[in-house]
Design a protein around this ligand. Sequence first.
Ligand SMILES: [Zn+2]
Length: 138
Amino acid sequence: MACPACGQRRGLFRRWTKMADRCPNCGLVFGRFEGQWIGAIGINSITSFGLLMIFVVVSLALSYPNPDARSLIILSVIVAIVLPVLLFPFSRTFWMGMDLMMTPLTPDEVDWTKVDPSIAADMERTARSSHATPKADT
Ligand SMILES: [Zn+2]
């Protein structure tokens, strides 16, 4: 769990499920646009369901040939409730990184002196290539 722009690890979350509004180091606003966290919710859901499925399959395999359906259902419900909460900060920071790859930083979004130099170089390269594209309508 680190800021995707500067690598800051502290201060990104006020509580386990409460993310700060911006990075305390570089100033990156985490909610860059409305609806941004739908991707994080998707990643969290897919990961949680995948791990739940693995849990159920392994539990059935270990208790074969006499699985205790009641225990399995109760444990599965507990896992289904706990996993998305446990994965919340990871899915949020992972999605922030994905978002930065899809929507590069603009010059006024962060304090560039704090941004990881490799990320700053990538942003500069992306900006240069988008400016170098010839216009078809002229
Ligand atoms: Zn940062």
